[in-house]
Design a protein around this ligand. Structure first.
Ligand SMILES: Nc1ncnc2c1ncn2[C@@H]1O[C@H](COP(=O)(O)OP(=O)(O)OP(=O)(O)O)[C@@H](O)[C@H]1O
Ligand SMILES: [Cu+]
Ligand SMILES: [Mg+2]
Length: 681
């Protein structure tokens, strides 16, 4: 019954306090049994006072101590209550570890307090009822202080976990409680955020938070999206612009049509990602778990040796005290926190700086990356194509070429399609309807207009099909950095459209940073050789591959991997998704397609490649903190265990069980503070 209630409570706790559940899980479930540690600590502290006053520490009477007739009975009762009430979380945790056959920290604590308690009770019985046994020293003093300090340590530990995870809570707090919904008669009605639906129009007044993702339909204002994307500057929003729920409106009033609410909203997706990332165990955590296991066996063996050696040297009392200290000091509960706290802090930090870490192993893989493969359009360039020239080879006019190509592209989302459509719109061309439109991946597309088959293709495709085109003109346009699309009617090349793109402002800087880190930048593109060469040259990329089909990109990833390179791949398109999945780390540009984002380990919310440097920095700092925390959480035992075992006893250095507990708790606090001081810059 009691165990069931506990489990239920644990579940309630988890759902209430979702940001903690990740760490609770990672703790192998120990936290679930901890109950109200704060209350237990205060009760234990108060009950410890009489024990400290009424019983000698290690047989030594301190000046403030006293006894009265029957005081030893009082001590026995208080200590028994302390053991059951204060020790319960640890005893239950140990039971759980036993049933899971994964002995770790709770076993050590439980072993420590049980040995101290049972031995003390035996001493009490011997001293009172067995006149044949010589006087025995009890450990009630040690037991009480140990339990109190353990409770304090684990209570602080819970606090540390929740404050590291609270970034998610902070994000949740970004959303306002209510939204002003615009009614048909033009009035405003305030409704709860939970009832807000897509397609409703809401009014956001000056200084208010935007309640949901949406599109501006009226008004103009500068919006601060800093807390959501990490971008510090104000972004001007005019009708047609997208807004993100949780962003803060500036001085204007905006009317917004809601596109994403609740579960589907950007912010809740970010929160979900952060939570998922925190729940998903990384390799480092598995390592930490293993170390905790080893530590248990090491502590048990050292404890046993300590007991035997001290028993032969100084008798049972000293032997027991040393053994309890060894068990307590080895308690690897700082270790259980060492990695989860860093990861929680790191994913939260990334999320508030425009880096969504979908897979935590990416942080660990980052330091081995030596090659960064990147897509050109949309990653290094804006993907914002402008038509530079339209050329007709036959009797069609330039407008005919543009009209036909725009008709074919009417429903395509490729950046080249967007450019062609914009040009057709600017010319106010009336577009015919294309039917049977089909994507030709890595080439373009085909379709029918007025019963005639057309296609939009690349030069590489024409070459492969041995179709003639105006090579000199093509070379000239391509050398200027244009991406060139040809229009085919059947097998006849009717004309071409050349479009230019702009390099992203931070791209050159980004390439420089990569090189400075000793990482080789490589550009992969489906675009033509000349346009690719121009971008590569402008950015200082020595290594690039052009005219790649989507499957070629995946082959390139495999090829670099076969050379022993660790590959990070950046991309945005559907065609990049398989390579993102194949690379050691896949990074999707936030403005990219959903498929790319789904295959990626990391998403760059701001669509700025320079954020990859931020990611590499974050990964490096995160790993450094993890290693430091492993040392603070487990490595300190290299010094502490021999000390606890009494190796320095000959020169007078001995640790009491309580001091052992203080040291153990200190290591937890160091680990927590160390994790919380993780910064991006
Ligand atoms: N809808 C389209 N309209 C016109 N051309 C297209 C279209 N789709 C693909 N193409 C042609 O196929 C080529 C390869 O397209 P893809 O989207 O695979 O490029 P990519 O490998 O992502 O390269 P990048 O993004 O670096 O330009 C493009 O350069 C373009 O010439
Ligand atoms: Cu501990
Ligand atoms: Mg692309």
């Amino acid at each position: 019954m009691a165990a069931k209630d506990n489990m239920k409570m644990a579940h309630d706790m988890e759902s209430m306090d979702h940001d903690m559940s990740g760490d609770t899980m990672m703790h192998g479930g120990h936290m679930m049994h901890m109950g109200n540690l704060k209350q237990k600590f205060w009760v234990a502290l108060i009950l410890t006072i009489p024990v400290i006053l009424l019983t000698p520490m290690m047989g030594l009477h301190l000046p403030f101590q006293f006894t009265f007739p029957g005081s030893d009975w009082l001590v026995l009762i208080v200590a028994t209550f302390l053991f059951i009430y204060g020790g319960k979380p640890f005893l239950q945790g140990a039971q759980m570890e036993l049933t899971e056959r994964k002995p770790a920290m709770m076993m050590l604590i439980a072993l420590g307090i049980s040995v101290a308690y049972i031995y003390s009770v035996w001493a009490f019985i011997a001293n009172h009822f067995l006149s044949t046994v010589p006087h025995q020293m009890d450990f009630f003093w040690e037991l009480a202080t140990l339990i109190t300090i353990m409770l304090l340590g684990h209570w602080l530990e819970m606090n540390a976990i929740s404050s590291a995870g609270s970034a998610v809570e902070k994000m949740a707090a970004l959303l306002p409680g209510q939204a002003h919904v615009l009614q048909a008669d033009g009035s405003l009605q305030d409704i709860e955020l939970a009832e807000l639906q897509a397609q409703q129009q809401v009014v956001v007044k000056a200084g208010e938070k935007i309640p949901a993702d949406g599109r501006v339909v009226a008004g103009q204002s500068a919006v601060n999206e800093a807390l959501v994307t990490g971008e510090a500057k104000l972004i001007e929003k005019t009708p047609g612009a997208q807004v993100i729920g949780g962003a803060v409106n500036g001085t204007g009033t905006l009317t917004i049509e809601v596109t994403g609410t609740g579960e589907t909203g950007y912010l809740s997706q970010v929160m979900k990602l952060v939570q998922q990332a925190q729940q998903h165990k990384s390799q480092a955590e598995n390592l930490a778990d293993k170390v905790a296991g080893w530590l248990f066996y090491a502590a048990t063996i050292i404890g046993l040796v300590t007991f035997i050696v001290w028993l032969s040297l100084s008798g049972l009392n000293v032997a027991l005290e040393r053994t309890v200290t060894v068990l307590v000091i080895a308690c690897p509960h700082a270790l259980g926190l060492a990695i989860p706290l860093v990861v929680a802090r790191s994913t939260a930090l990334g999320a508030t700086h425009g880096l969504l870490l979908r897979n935590r192993n990416a942080l660990e893989a980052a330091k081995q990356i030596d090659t960064v493969l990147m897509d050109k359009t949309g990653t290094l360039t804006e993907g914002n194509f402008k038509v530079k020239s339209v050329v007709a080879f036959d009797q069609e006019s330039q407008d005919d070429i543009l009209r036909l190509m725009a008709a074919l592209e009417a429903n395509a989302s490729h950046p080249l399609a967007v450019g062609i459509l914009a040009a057709a719109k600017a010319q106010k061309l009336a577009l015919p309807t294309a039917t049977d439109v089909k994507q030709l991946s890595g080439v373009g597309l085909q379709g029918r207009i007025d019963q005639v088959d057309y296609a939009i293709v690349t030069a590489a495709y024409l070459q492969q099909k041995q179709l003639d085109f105006e090579q000199t003109l093509y070379d000239e346009l391509a050398a200027q950095g244009n991406s060139i699309s040809f229009l085919l009617r059947g097998e006849q090349v009717l004309g071409l459209i050349a479009q230019g793109d702009q390099i992203k402002p931070n791209a050159a800087d980004f390439i420089q940073h990569l090189k400075a880190r000793g990482i080789r930048p490589v550009m992969l593109t489906g675009d033509n050789q000349a346009a690719a060469a121009l971008v590569a040259q402008q950015l200082g990329i020595d290594d690039f591959h052009a005219q790649l089909l989507p499957e070629d990109k995946t082959k390139m990833v495999a090829q670099y991997q076969a050379q022993g390179q660790r590959v990070l791949m950046v991309g945005d398109g559907v065609n990049d998704a398989p390579s993102l999945a194949a690379a050691e780390i896949g990074v999707a540009i936030g403005a990219g397609t959903d498929v790319a984002i789904d295959s990626a380990d990391v998403v760059l919310v701001r669509s700025d490649p320079a954020d990859i440097i931020n990611f590499l920095n974050l990964a490096q700092r995160t790993m450094r903190k993890m290693v430091q925390n492993l040392w603070w959480g487990a490595g300190y035992n290299i010094v502490a265990l021999p000390l606890a075992a009494g190796i320095l006893a000959p020169i007078g250095v001995l640790l009491s069980p309580a001091v052992g507990a203080v040291l153990m708790s200190l290591s937890t606090i160091v680990v927590a503070i160390n994790a919380l001081t993780l910064k991006l810059k």
